[in-house]
Ligand binder design. Sequence first.
Ligand code: NDP
Length: 385
Amino acid sequence: MRTVSILGATGSVGASTLDLIECEPERFRVRALTANCDVAGLAAAAIRTRAELAVVADETCLPALREALRGTDIGATGGPKAVSEAAALGADWTMAAIVGCAGLEPVMAAVAAGGTVVLANKEPLVSAGEVILAAARASGATLLPADSEHNAIFQCFDFQRPDRVRRIVLTASGGPFRTRSLADMARVTPEQAVAHPTWAMGAKISVDSATIMNKGLELIEAARLFPVAPERIEIVVHPQSIVHGMVDYVDGSMLAQLGPSDMRTPIAHCLAWPDRMPTPMEPLDFVKLGRLDFEAPDPVRFPALRLAREALDAGGARPAILNAANEIAVAAFLDRRVQFLEIAAVVADTLERYDPPSPTTLEAVLAVDGEARAIAAALCKDLTA
Ligand code: NDP
């Protein structure tokens, strides 16, 4: 029996992970489940899975959590530090599924504890990739990618012969505005932006998919995870979201991973790895699918991808600034304080205004992240005024 913890258990990835674990209760024992403030969702999941510990990052929610768990022997703690302490408990398998850089310190705590750390939460890897990878080397932790594209590449990549890989290809759905004009995109609402055509996901990543910043973050994530030069990582729009990633070898062979647009497939791969486990998903029906389309991303309507590539090429603090500014701008858009097209503009402006030295420690990354957030927040305020 393996012990598992889920950071961000009440979110979209958290729910998919719980679904798989609850299908095979004899294989998994739950140690810690964490949330921000969804007490009802967290308590229900903790009770169903007989978790040892439930944690809310928002400490003001702790009394309600204690109340919801009264009469059980499930521990309850609260505050950002308590989330990192839960991550440090050292489960055999930890799902990192908090949204944004709020997950950075918990990811670092889980990595320092060793075991297998499964990364859905891509923002920490974008902002602090080298710091996280160095910590994993030091602790011996195994990092597995749950993001569907990276999981696909992980399944197809020949790590024994990386020099035989010509390029890797990440697919992008193109989001809900793939065929919209710039004039239309200027007026879209948060409700339209989160209505993703192929994936059911949390609000932040849904907006990132609509701006295609999500693919920009994934480009940087791929460069951290795989021994491939950035210029050999290609992005292709594939509206059906069936082919998740491809590895092109020097002999002209291309290996692709295909699967349903359902996170339970890559999560199951990480849960069972190096074995396989069954999932409730139907097999793909190619006759029903009929066709698979591919097209180039439009750099004019979706400038976020170019910003991310430039940040990756420049390195240093640039990816952390890109990510922090994007988190602030997306939150402002969801709050109706800025327009959809202003998200990428805020990110570009923040990158323009702030150019600190390369951060090499967790503390330095957090300082860059904090300063970039302050600059982006001021820019959003100016746009609202
Ligand atoms: P959701 O918004 O659905 O869930 C986020 C989770 O994080 C919730 O459990 C939430 O708790 C918790 N949380 C939010 N803020 C904080 C905080 N400040 N401190 C601690 N916990 C917090 O997100 P998703 O599940 O969609 O995405 C999670 C991560 O996985 C993101 O990084 C995303 O990019 C990545 N990802 C998601 C995919 C998907 O299909 N959804 C696919 C690939 C990657 P509460 O419910 O209490 O607010």
